[in-house]
Write a protein that binds this ligand. Structure first.
Ligand code: ADP
Length: 476
């Protein structure tokens, strides 16, 4: 399979290509992806810029038809797309199919939103004047996406971008070209006018700056690492370009003495280790009050012993591989660092399976304090640490003692503590007796502090980023 860039309505050859490797089995090469250069990106931007005005004038019905077509096809093909996703990214097949379905649902949701675009009519404070507030498209939007949700994240940026009348240039992550290509293929048959959607493969450091620096690109939505996000924000700031960032997390899961132990263990294991811990909403700090601490650690350890790590496509697998060798080394390094800093490590070693892949036993690091590196920096792997605390007040303080603020959870049967936590957790998303990861597609997603920047993604709140507000005054 050749994954080509899609520019101005045509598939685009490049001389250079890179293999798409299955992290569960490195002998399985799914295909080869084009490695585009700055000139390819410039061409895609020109195509988007040339098509933007026409799409901005499209009717809600035209937009609905396009988005509904894309959503319907993704949903009809969710098993096949989910398998492709699991094969190239390494999450388990049920997780892959679930993500594909979610991408379809997102397109369906925004298809509906095209028919619900409203504005406000207000009375002016001055006599005889009418005021109306409407939303217009932003223009050309550049979308930069990571590898960990290879179809859902592009979907939750592309769908609102198109729904609100913008032209798109998508730059997906290098490790997951298959899902981006499949999405572009579906979009290419959706009836969308040529040039409104463009896909450019290539290295972030090469094609990214062209996208961010172009004066024809009006806004950038980025999901990825903190370092890249901060650099992009600085560049956009200099250019006064609208920017939206979703970056890392160091998400706490607080377990209180009065928690239901089974729920607490389920929620923590799911949040910390499912999808191989490669979710920005993963629970990486388990903050546990002293009355339940020992029981909780023993129960999590027992659960981890019963989780199968293996090939993402096998039925018996609970946790697939890490995405690549570099990420696996980073995960193993953090386990070493945690041990050297005084943590007690359970699991966390590289595993061999009957295929060559990037397998790692889930790691639980106990006896940690919140100032250790393992509790300050995002690992992005199947690694979680336990911080023992005295009571709820200390748990909340430790949960909030982080530069991040994406998702924050509490397990408790106390309404008082749950209500207080919802009000006082410094995070964009709060979960009570639920994993920190795993969210609905029709409500806002995003964080506070160092996790996010700009307006929220998803749900009706996505309008904020993908439109510009206009206030008009009329004296009839
Ligand atoms: P990760 O470490 O999770 O891969 P990155 O922030 O490196 O996170 O990557 C997220 C996305 O940002 C990818 O699509 C990547 O290609 C892109 N990217 C990386 N460097 C740059 C850059 N300098 N400018 C724009 N995009 C970039």
């Amino acid at each position: 399979m050749e994954y080509k860039s899609f520019i101005g309505g045509a598939w685009h050859e490049t001389s250079d290509s890179t293999p798409n490797v299955n992290p569960s089995d490195t002998s399985d090469i799914l295909g080869h992806a084009a490695v585009g250069g700055a000139d390819d990106m410039a061409r895609a931007i020109d195509a988007a810029s040339g098509a933007a005005a026409q799409w901005a004038k499209s009717t809600p019905q035209q937009r609905f038809d396009v988005l509904d077509f894309i959503g319907s096809e993704i949903l009809a093909r969710k098993a096949e797309l989910g398998e492709l996703l699991s094969r190239e990214e390494g999450k388990t097949l049920p997780e892959g199919i679930g993500e594909a379905a979610r991408a379809g649902q997102i397109f369906k949701f925004f298809a509906g939103e095209t028919l619900r675009q409203t504005g406000d009519i207000l009375a002016s404070v001055r006599p005889g004047i009418g005021v109306d507030v409407t939303r217009s498209p932003v223009g050309v939007v550049g979308l930069i996406t990571p590898w960990n949700f290879p179809i859902a994240i592009p979907a939750w940026k592309i769908a609102p971008a198109l729904a609100f009348g913008n032209a798109v240039v998508l730059k997906p992550a290098e490790l997951v070209p298959g899902c981006a290509h499949a999405l572009a293929d579906i979009i290419s048959r959706s009836g969308l006018p040529e040039g409104v959607f463009n896909l450019v493969f290539g290295r972030g450091s090469v094609v990214g700056p062209e996208l961010i620096g172009s004066n024809k690109v009006n806004a950038i939505s980025f999901t990825g690492s903190v370092g890249t996000g901060r650099a992009i924000a600085a560049d956009c700031g200099k250019l006064l370009k609208k920017v939206q960032l979703e970056m890392g997390g160091k998400n706490p899961m607080v377990v209180l003495d009065d928690a239901d132990l089974d729920i607490a263990v389920d929620v923590s294991v799911n949040g910390a280790y499912f999808s191989t811990g490669q979710r920005c909403t993963a629970s990486s700090r388990l903050i546990v009050t002293e009355g339940i601490h020992d029981k909780f650690v023993a129960a999590v350890e027992e659960r981890l012993n019963n989780l199968n790590v293996g090939h993402a496509l096998r039925k018996e697998t609970h946790i697939g591989p890490v995405v690549d060798e570099k990420q696996l080394q980073q995960d193993l390094d953090y386990v070493d660092i945690a041990a050297k800093d005084g943590g007690k490590v359970i699991g966390g070693q590289r595993l061999n399976r009957d295929t060559e892949g990037f397998f790692m036993a889930p790691a639980l690091v106990t006896e940690t304090t919140n100032d250790m590196r393992i509790n300050r920096e995002e690992v992005f792997g199947p690694v979680a640490s336990v911080v023992r605390v005295k009571d709820y007040d200390e748990a909340l303080a430790v949960a909030n003692d982080t530069e991040f603020g994406l998702s924050s959870g509490v397990c408790t049967t106390s309404l008082k503590h749950a209500s207080h936590f919802k009000a006082n957790a410094e995070a964009g998303m709060v979960m009570v007796n639920l994993p920190t990861a795993g969210v609905d597609y029709h409500v806002p997603f995003g964080g506070t502090k160092g996790s996010s920047f700009g307006s929220r993604e998803q749900g009706t709140y996505a309008a904020e980023f993908y439109t510009t507000v206009k206030t008009a005054y009329t004296l009839p």
